[in-house]
Design a protein around this ligand. Structure first.
Ligand code: ATP
Ligand code: MG
Length: 571
């Protein structure tokens, strides 16, 4: 992935070509599907959606919208033990939040269970499916390997009537789990292992979140998926590359049943550096408490990113930017962050918040006086207007903005040095108060120059440093969460030397600052707005207060990619 996007023109009118858009164009020209474009996004409700899914969502809903087509949201819910209503609901919320609308096209594979059962019966009647009574271990052992053909099950040649009888009784609940399965009768020596008599149905005595206890046999994903696409009249069944081998099986099923045949098109799944995009892995992070939940702001889930302060636009723009290709690659997280900053820069309200406060007393400012200074809300968007900022004798500045023995190029506060307080005045540090015992700096005494009102001087005197600050008496106390990558390695899923992805969790991925001082306008902060704390990054209000009932602000992202810089230096 290159970081140079300057060559990509991004307009709403003509989206840049990609190989799938080209296929659709060709199909429209040749009239292959009667000019119809029907896509679908088919999640399994066994976890929350992540940014990889967003790529698929943008692609499927995008292709439909560009071509006056339709896009279904279909839950592939064939595995009752791993699925739940919570996941079904979160997935709908996330797709909607991303800005896509499936209208009345919400489907569940479980709604097709009866039809799927009938399809299975048809295969049995055709002599193309049989009930196998081998145990799971034997089925696996009989499958063979890439270099060795499999072995036929002794039950493979059961007569049709016996298969029908057993399958009917499987449905009726007469057998225990694992006693029998229904398998397709294809070829135990097939070079594609997926076609060595794949399982079509298994017994699962589990309640399903939609069908309850109606069923105790459940169709396998592969059998369900291709038939669901067919039943829904999907034209372009877009999926990720790992399903390339499954296509042959889908073709077999659809051809044997002589039903409508969608066209499957595979594309490369999204991989991102410094994170994992697999529900199987993400669920471990949640269940083992490595994160606070699916919506932990460090998670690459849509809900985590939403809570972190990502916008749907950022995610959609990112998905357009990375494009779709046939070959797998890993996208640099920095590209996602670049897209995020670009978006937030336009939206964010500029405010001031001091994360590690140091008290400043302005000795020559009258005690008890409060001045209302004016500050613009955004240089990028004048329509956001201005706000009042109270200034008074006691302020907070950032602890890092003071250094007692400062080098010459430290353009911040130090005894004798003058700086600008943003929107306010020039101040000069005159003395330092320290804790007797620890020698820690606890307070600065400064003087201000009344002639520099608004932060400007008429006499041409220049200061190099501009600091953010808040008035102590007016400050809003808040908790701030700073985030870093969830993993320390670019590719945590690359499991080497006996280490797994969880061995690469970053112990410093979250820093909690519990006593931050924010400007008073943030008393009315809204969870749907975006804030730039000057010099500190982009922040958003969390939906939950801290344990001591202070508002919590999540840092969405720093202003510049300091992390990459620091990392380069370390090397
Ligand atoms: P995971 O590996 O996270 O479990 P999955 O493929 O099993 O993902 P599904 O719920 O089956 O999860 O995915 C729904 C759709 O999203 C599928 O069409 C799948 O191909 C697509 N998808 C999943 N992960 C990615 C990804 N990283 N990039 C692009 N598309 C993805
Ligand atoms: Mg899947």
């Amino acid at each position: 992935m290159t970081k140079d996007n300057s060559k990509q023109k991004n307009t709403d009118v003509t989206p840049p070509p990609n190989f799938i858009r080209n296929i659709i164009k060709e199909d429209e020209a040749s009239g292959k599907f009667g000019g119809r474009v029907a896509t679908r996004f088919p999640p399994e409700p066994n976890g929350y959606l992540h940014i990889g899914h967003a790529k698929s969502i943008c692609l499927n809903f995008g292709l439909a919208a560009e071509n006056n087509g339709t896009c279904n949201l279909r839950f592939d819910d064939t595995n009752p033990t791993k699925e739940s209503v919570e996941y079904v609901e979160s997935i709908q919320e996330d797709v909607r939040w991303l800005g896509f609308d499936w209208k009345d096209r919400l489907f569940f594979a479980s709604d097709y269970f009866e039809e799927l059962y009938d399809f299975a019966v048809q295969l049995i009647e055709k002599g193309k499916a049989y009930v196998d009574s081998l145990c799971a271990d034997d089925i696996r052992a009989y499958r063979g390997t890439l270099t060795q053909p499999g072995q036929e099950s002794p039950f493979r040649n059961r007569p049709v009537e016996e298969n029908m009888d057993l399958f009917t009784r499987m449905r009726a609940g007469e057998f225990e789990e694992g006693a029998h399965v229904l398998r397709a009768k294809i070829d135990m020596a097939h070079p594609n292992l997926l076609l060595r008599d794949p399982t079509l149905y298994r017994i699962r005595k589990a309640s399903h979140h939609r069908t309850g206890d109606k069923w105790c046999i459940y169709p396998m994903y592969d059998f369900t998926h291709c038939l669901s696409d067919s039943l829904e009249g999907i034209t372009h069944s877009v999926c990720t590359l790992e399903f390339e081998n499954n296509r042959q099986l889908y073709d077999w099923v659809l051809d044997e049943l002589e039903v409508y045949h969608p066209q499957q098109i595979e594309f490369a799944r999204l991989n991102l550096t410094y994170t994992v995009l697999s529900k199987r892995k993400l669920i471990q992070l949640v269940e083992e408490g490595h994160v606070t939940g699916w919506d932990d702001p460090r998670m690459p889930t849509i809900s985590g990113m939403r809570r972190r302060g990502y916008t749907p636009d950022t995610i959609r723009n990112f998905c357009e930017r990375i494009g779709v290709a046939k070959r797998g690659s890993t996208v640099d997280m920095a590209l996602l962050e670049y897209t995020l900053r670009e978006d937030l820069n336009k939206r964010a309200w500029r405010v001031m918040g001091v994360l590690r406060p140091l008290r400043v007393i302005i000795d020559n400012y009258p005690e008890g006086q409060v001045e209302e200074l004016e500050a613009e809300n955004s240089p990028e968007d004048p329509s956001l207007g201005k706000r009042k900022l109270p200034f008074s004798r006691e302020l907070f500045v950032e602890h890092d903005d003071f250094m007692e023995d400062a080098p010459r190029k430290f353009f911040r506060l130090s005894p004798g040095r003058e700086v600008r307080l943003k929107h306010a005045y020039y101040i000069t540090c005159v003395s330092v108060v320290k804790d007797d015992r620890t020698d820690e700096v606890i307070e600065l005494h400064c003087t201000y120059d009344p002639a520099t009102h608004g932060g400007w001087s008429d006499d041409g005197r220049k200061v190099k440093g501009t600091l953010h600050w808040v008035s102590a008496a007016h400050a809003v106390r808040a908790e701030v969460h700073l985030y870093d990558h969830l993993f320390t390695r670019e590719n945590p899923a690359d499991e080497k030397e006996g280490l797994g992805f969880k061995d690469y969790l970053n112990p410093d991925s979250l820093a909690t600052l519990s006593d931050c001082m924010l400007e008073p306008s943030l008393k009315d902060a809204r969870p749907d707005l975006f804030y730039q704390f000057l010099r500190q990054g982009y922040f958003c209000l969390d939906q939950q207060n801290s344990t001591d009932n202070r508002p919590v602000f999540n840092r969405t992202i720093t202003l510049r990619d300091t992390w990459a810089k620091i990392n380069k230096k370390k090397k």
